[in-house]
Design a protein around this ligand. Structure first.
Ligand code: MG
Length: 250
């Protein structure tokens, strides 16, 4: 359907959807403690989103059964919350969730540490978060989509990590997933031109080892092909004439 530019009024509504999404993510992340189940974390996010007169936009999306994707350790994305899945000390827990408010969507993700994690896990999480913010510095009017992906890819591969290629960020607005797709790789000065009013979900998914992934038999959960760790950070942003506006802020 092509890239849809948003008006100032639409961006204000997306900012509210983003505030709800980001606050739900913050609360869900604070709940990551040894002994909690992923289903309990999901319920906390659900309860907050509906309390704000919004709806969880992942719930029932293509049949997805929960508010959050919760992906632990070697799980990359699309982990399904489960009352039998107990989080343990040392786990890294990626939570991805969003809210739709008055027809506009927010989407964000972060990887949280459960208690004390290994230095290797900490470095992976730090690098992935840093890669997101480096990508955002390229998210400026006049630049191109390839600038974002190239910056993320370069930063992570220079540190020895695998950059997931088979899943990408995306445009977002009145739909959770809109054009364009926003890969975490690319060539500088290539791809679609960035204009004020574009709203994008930027989301590096970074693996400790190979970039290769596979999908489990539940047809949802994406895991690393080599069983090593993965991390995921995401913001929804609006392109402006200056620095991009991060819409997913608590
Ligand atoms: Mg997303």
């Amino acid at each position: 359907m092509g890239i849809v530019l948003k008006s100032q009024k639409e961006i204000e509504l997306m900012r509210e959807a983003g505030r709800i999404s980001a606050t739900a993510l913050k609360i869900a992340g604070e709940a990551v403690q040894p002994g909690i189940t992923t289903a309990e974390i999901d319920k906390i996010a659900y309860d907050y989103i509906v309390s704000q007169n919004a709806k969880p936009n992942f719930l029932n999306y293509n049949g997805f059964p929960a508010t959050c994707c919760i992906s632990v350790n070697n799980e990359v994305i699309h982990g399904i919350p489960d009352k039998k899945h107990i989080i343990r000390e040392g786990d890294i827990v990626s939570i991805d969730l969003g809210a739709v408010y008055q027809g506009y969507h927010g989407d964000n993700a972060a990887t949280f540490a459960c208690g004390k994690i290994s230095p290797q896990a900490q470095r992976l999480c730090d690098t992935t978060r840093e890669a997101l913010y480096i990508g955002l510095t390229k998210c400026v009017a006049g630049g191109r989509l390839g600038d974002i992906g190239a910056a993320i890819y370069e930063y992570c591969t220079a540190r020895g990590y695998g950059v997931v290629r088979s899943y990408t960020g995306h445009g977002i607005g009145t739909k959770l997933h809109e054009d364009p797709s926003v890969p975490n790789y690319g060539a500088p000065n290539r791809g679609a031109r960035l204009f004020p009013g574009m709203t994008l979900a930027i989301e590096p998914m970074i693996n400790e080892g190979t970039h290769d992934v596979k999908v489990l038999d539940n047809d949802w959960t994406v895991v690393t092909a080599d069983g090593k760790l993965s991390a995921h950070f995401e913001h929804t942003v609006a392109v402006t004439k200056g620095d991009c506006l991060i819409l997913t802020q608590p």
